[in-house]
Design a binder for this molecule. Structure first.
Ligand code: PGA
Length: 251
């Protein structure tokens, strides 16, 4: 078994104009000038910037997208397919983010179909799972998260083409985070479920933590058991903040 290379991924959400390309440039400068980080780096800007960022990226940062349709093409006004994103240089696509599940009523079955479409294009899916505050208060965290995981991850998943992101909904954009012990507990449960389903390969999937990751808490969160990187929202928008999180993987 090989230990997975951690992934630090930025999710820009609905933020960024063409002027934001400068943040990618600044990030690449940090990466070039500072000690080498033992992780892979990814930025997922809005669709409108994917092509320009993929052209601009100098190799140290990969570019991805935040969603796709599960069909390859067709009569789906306003939608974008995995094939289209591959065509413009995306390597990863986030699916099942809680904001998509809430705002667009995406179910785990839909997320499964999207991830399978991404695999069909030879790209990697970042499949998000996470409980709401009510579910956590009701003691249902593990049931909800493992339930979402089981349905959202398609049978075509391998450690190469799939990354899991555990993002407690109540921690997203709130400044609140679970304790390191809570993160370790749920990540270990996710690991167990992956091993149960995929055998030895289950040990090699990367499981990212997401939800209010900042330079000040990245070290301790990234050191938790079975945490193989971060999915970062707000703090990925500024290269200096994102670079501070990457520091967790610099020695
Ligand atoms: P946040 O968002 O880092 O702003 O909490 C994380 C995410 O939603 O991916």
């Amino acid at each position: 078994m090989t230990t997975p290379t951690p992934l630090v991924a930025g999710n820009w959400k609905m933020n960024g104009l063409s002027s934001s390309l400068a943040e990618l440039e600044a990030l690449e400068t940090f990466v070039k000038e500072q000690a080498e980080a033992s992780c892979e780096l990814l930025i997922c800007p809005p669709f409108t910037l994917v092509a320009a960022m993929a052209v601009k990226a100098g190799g140290s940062v990969k570019i991805g997208a935040q969603d796709c349709h599960f069909n390859k093409s067709g009569a789906h006004t306003g939608d974008i397919s995995a094939e289209m994103l591959k065509d413009i240089g995306a390597e990863y696509i986030i699916v099942g983010h809680s904001e998509r599940r809430a705002d667009h009523e995406e179910t785990s079955d839909t997320v499964n179909a999207k991830a399978a479409a991404i695999h069909g294009e030879g790209l990697s899916a970042i499949v998000c799972v996470g409980e709401t505050e009510e579910e956590r208060d009701a003691g249902q965290t593990e049931t909800v998260v493992l339930g979402q995981l089981l349905v959202s991850v398609p049978d075509s998943a391998t450690p190469t083409n799939t990354v899991i992101a555990y993002e407690p909904v109540w921690a997203i954009g709130t400044g609140k985070t679970p304790t390191v012990a809570d993160v370790a507990e749920i990540h270990t449960a996710i690991r167990g479920a992956l091993v149960e389903r995929f055998g030895e390969a289950g040990k090699e999937f990367r499981i990212l933590y997401g939800g209010s990751v900042k330079p000040s808490n990245a070290d301790e969160l990234m050191a938790a058991d079975n945490v193989n990187g971060a999915l970062v929202g707000g703090a990925s928008l500024k290269a200096s903040d994102f670079n501070g999180i990457i520091d967790a993987y610099r020695s």
